[in-house]
Design a protein around this ligand. Sequence first.
Ligand code: ZN
Length: 564
Amino acid sequence: MLLVMVVPTAGLPLMYLQVVYGPPTDHLYLPTPVINQPLNHWTQRFHSVGGHSVRTPVFEGENWSTLEKPTPTQTLGRHEKNTTGAQTQGGETGGEDVLVGNVNKLMVSPPGYSGPQRKGHLIFDACFESGNLGRVDYISEFEFDLFIRPDTCNPRFRVWFNFTVENVRETQRVIFNVVNFSKTKSLYRDGMSPVVKSTSRPKWQRLPAKNVYYYRCPDHRRNYVMSFAFCFDREEDVYQFSYCYPYTYSRLQHYLASLERRNLSYLQREQLGLSVQQRRLDLLTITNPDHLSADKEKKLVFLTARVHPGESPASFICQGVIDFLVSQHPVAQILRDHVIFKIVPMLNPDGVYLGNYRCSLMGFDLNRHWQDPSPWAHPTLHAVKQLIVQMNQDPRVSLEFYIDVHAHSTMLNGFMYGNVFEDEERVQRQAVFPRLLCQNAPDFSFSNTSFNRDVVKAGTGRRFLGGLLDDTSYCYTLEVSFYSYMTAGSNAPVPYTEETYMKLGRNVARTFLDYYKLNNLIKDKRPTHIPSSEVTSQTGNAKGSGIDRDAGDRERGNNQGVRQ
Ligand SMILES: [Zn+2]
């Protein structure tokens, strides 16, 4: 009956939430029309928000106000508790303590409920590697406010979330509101959505964008809130939601261990140092050992990733680079004969482990401390900087590239940041690598690539090393969108997958062949574009030469299992 009072318009999916984590197959999202009653709390909120977001539903008709309103207690409770920053957010008791820990198997029952545990009283958990969820507020049977746990020792950063939900009822529909993002601009406006997996469907997938809303919310002091609707479908499943595809410290360790087990003569793994919490700072060196012993000066490419721990796509790119460079692909063989690659895949292992977005354990944005890293406060950065400075002074090597891999929360595509030089010729030479990469990688955008000397970027690896290294060296930040890319001639964004992030990494690696003009060394006529079937997977199984390369790419994309 309530439904009759509200006249939905085309942009009004919330009234009849077509929610969705669908049928019992591996392919989800066959939309199941659900919730045949309006979510009253939401209708109120969206009505009062009115027009602040393109996704904001518009309500027509006069009778909406007769819908049941949220009780004053609920509204008051939200206003009181949800103030501007994490420093003043209350804990479960509503106190004013700082939100420091993750929720630990927290069962959220209706207020005042004292009966036995029931299916449908959701249990939230983020006490696992790279987990992040600081607090859950029960709003109604359908709706929960979720609080990101701020970075350790730095409450300014609240973006990454990663948590599980269990004890669900079959067909239970919920709306989760992530209410305390520290950023306002977001790819959620462009269609980005959280990723989800469950016990029976272990491959991460993005939620359908139509179930995701991003808007300024009056209930949270007009903070930006990201809400998503979801329908649980299997009572025994544990569901996991995350900001982006996680790539944990342990996953990296397993991957590196599998590489080591292959005993490749051209791959060396070292522990360059330890983090504050005594995690490994790994360094890989990939080059043909015969090349190392030769007498002439060696070209050296240095690559780092995950200085910002929440930027998990950087790890997929980095793994793509490594997979390609250690493969039997003819391009990789030539590169190993001519270039030394030094790769630090995880510059901030503690931050990654802890589920931070931007900072280290001690709350430092390590990418602002290159000028003077401390051996005790920033030990990983200190060790990497020392190594780079030392290599730069070594007459036997020519350090030609430093590339630091990141992920970007508001831009599309892959792109680069470079430095600004007085010397016009150097400016032109700096643009060569991104131009070549643009030819090799359909998702890489040269037009998004920019060269700057912003004050806020002083202290970054790119800026600091750009000033330190000589004028034949180039330092870049390689960025990739957390969400999607657009290819030339199309304006439909293609969401990135774990596989397409890795593919960008493979394309970065092979671009050095063009850069160093080594193409003529490819003896056989095989195409030089990169089939993923020819590079190794994270399990370390080398595969033979691909035949139908594109098909290999596709198949790999479809079949690749997911590990964290
Ligand atoms: Zn970053």
